[in-house]
Design a binder for this molecule. Structure first.
Ligand code: NAD
Length: 260
C-alpha cells in the first residue's frame, strides 16, 4: 500500500516509534530511523519487516531537542529518498516531579523534544507534501494529551500542546491531500514506562509483575498494556485511503483510560 513512499519516524530506535516504523515498512514504505542507542538492531528489524517489499532504511541521529539537528535530519531524508511523505513525530521523554519541584532544565527539554520538535519537522516537511498533493503527519501524543496526571506537568503540557498543533495543522491542510492526526496511547510497556514500573516496585516493595498491575489498575480499565504493534496498525490505517478524511483527531488507544 505504501510502496514508493518515505516515512520519517522520529525516536524510532525503541518502543512505539520502532513498532510504527516496522508496520509502515511492512506496507512498503522506505524508512528514515532516528533516535539514540543501538541502531543496528532496530535497522535489522525494520529491514526484515520490509524485506518482501524491498524497502530501504536510512538513519540519522538528530537530537530532536535541537532545531539545527532537525533541519539537518529533514535535509538528509530528502537527499536519501527525494521526499518525506509520512512524518511520524514520536520522539519523547518523561520526567516525574511535583510542579513546584520540577527541574527547570527538564521542563525545557521535555517541551523541546515532545512538542517543539513536531513544529520544526512539520514546518520543514509540509511544503514537500503539499506540492506532491499527498502526505500524512502522525503525532504520537498520549492520553496525557487529553487528561492530566499528577507529577507530569511538563509532559502533560507538551502532550496537550501537540494535540493543539495537530488540530491547527489539520485545519490548514483540510482541503489538500495532506492529513494530520494525533495518536494517544495509554500505558505501553516500553523502556519509558518500565522506569515508572521500577519506581512503583521500589515504592511498594513488590515484584515487577505486581508493580505492572498497580500501574495499570490506577488508570487503565482494560488492565492491559497497549502494544507498539497495535499502534503501528493504527498508523497504517491513518496512511490508508480509508483514512484520507480523518483530520485533526486525537485518537486514543488507551484501554478506556480517558473514558472514565
Ligand atoms: P522509548 O523510550 O521506548 O523510545 C523513545 C525514543 O525516542 C527512543 O528511540 C529514543 O532514543 C528517542 N529519543 C529520546 N530523546 C530523543 C531526542 N532528544 N532526540 C531523538 N530521539 C530521542 O519511549 P516510548 O514509550 O516508545 O515513547 C515514544 C513516544 O510515545 C513518546 O512521545 C511518548 O511520550 C509516547 N507515549 C508513550 C507511552 C507509553 O506508555 N510508553 C504512552 C503514551 C505516549
Amino acid at each position: 500500500m505504501l510502496n514508493g513512499k518515505t516515512a520519517l519516524v522520529t525516536g524510532s530506535t525503541s518502543g512505539i516509534g520502532l513498532g510504527i516504523a516496522k508496520a509502515l515498512a511492512r506496507q512498503g514504505a522506505n524508512i528514515v530511523l532516528n533516535g539514540f542507542g543501538d541502531v543496528d538492531g532496530p535497522r535489522a528489524e525494520v529491514l526484515e519487516a520490509g524485506a518482501q517489499a524491498g524497502v530501504r532504511v536510512a538513519y540519522h541521529g538528530a537530537d530532536m531537542g535541537r532545531p539545527a539537528d532537525i533541519e539537518d535530519l529533514l535535509r538528509y531524508s530528502t537527499d536519501q529518498f527525494g521526499r518525506v511523505d509520512i512524518l511520524v513525530n514520536n520522539a519523547g521523554i518523561q520526567h516525574v516531579a511535583p510542579v513546584h519541584e520540577f527541574p527547570v532544565e527538564k521542563w525545557d527539554a521535555i517541551l523541546a523534544i515532545n512538542l517543539s520538535s513536531a513544529f520544526h519537522t512539520t514546518r520543514l516537511a509540509l511544503p514537500g507534501m503539499l506540492s506532491a498533493g499527498w502526505g500524512r503527519i502522525i503525532n504520537v501524543a498520549s492520553v496525557h494529551g487529553l487528561v492530566g496526571s499528577t507529577q507530569k506537568s511538563a509532559y502533560v503540557a507538551a502532550k496537550h500542546g501537540i494535540v493543539g498543533l495537530t488540530k491547527v495543522t489539520a485545519l490548514e491542510t483540510a482541503t489538500t491531500g495532506v492529513t494530520c492526526n494525533a495518536i494517544c496511547p495509554g500505558w505501553v510497556l516500553t523502556p519509558l514506562v518500565q522506569k515508572q514500573v521500577d519506581a512503583k516496585a521500589e515504592q511498594h516493595g513488590v515484584s515487577n509483575e505486581e508493580a505492572q498491575r498497580i500501574l495499570l489498575g490506577e488508570k487503565e480499565p482494560s488492565m492491559q498494556f497497549t502494544t507498539p504493534e497495535e499502534l503501528g496498525e493504527l498508523a497504517v490505517f491513518l496512511c490508508s485511503p480509508a483514512g484520507g478524511n480523518v483530520r485533526g483527531v486525537a485518537w486514543n488507544m488507551d484501554g478506556g483510560w480517558a473514558a472514565q
